[in-house]
Design a protein around this ligand. Structure first.
Ligand SMILES: [Zn+2]
Length: 149
């Protein structure tokens, strides 16, 4: 290589010019920065096992609100007339409130209709059991009476 200052030819490995002492190559401060090692790619294991959330059935029409009208009529006929009528009134309110868009009121009436239907059913069963007990006791009494004869 040639000296950039005086043009004297120097050995390629020479650090300074033999003629003028000019530095032939810039001082090397350490090794040049090597590029950083490539980042090991993080395997997206978590993402591989992350299934997309299940898409629910499309919500169409809102939740159905039973009016329990059939149950109310049945318990009215077979169990308890006054309590069953209360259930029928609430059951009728379900449809009328739904007709005007009162969903909350319709649900409340639905719950009341179901509640009074169960109350009526329970009262009817209680009444039927009482009738049955009285009748059964009477039958037993009659059997006992006839058995003595
Ligand atoms: Zn030189």
């Amino acid at each position: 290589m040639y000296c950039t200052k005086c043009g004297t030819r120097n050995d390629d490995t020479a650090l300074t010019c033999v003629q003028c002492g000019n530095a032939l190559r810039p001082p090397v401060f350490g090794t040049p920065a090597s590029p950083p090692p490539p980042q090991t790619p993080q395997a997206p294991i978590a993402q591989a096992y992350t299934q997309p959330p299940p898409v629910g059935q499309p919500f169409i029409g809102g939740p159905p609100i039973p009016n329990y009208l059939v149950q109310a009529i049945l318990v009215t006929i077979f169990c308890c007339l006054p309590l069953g009528i209360v259930s029928i009134i609430y059951a009728a309110q379900v449809n009328s409130k739904l007709a005007v868009g009162d969903v909350a009121g319709a649900m409340a009436s639905s719950r009341s209709a179901k509640l009074w239907a169960w109350i009526s059913l329970g009262a009817g069963l209680f009444w039927a059991v009482g009738i049955g007990l009285i009748g059964g006791l009477g039958m037993i009494a009659n059997i006992a009476k006839y058995a003595h004869h």
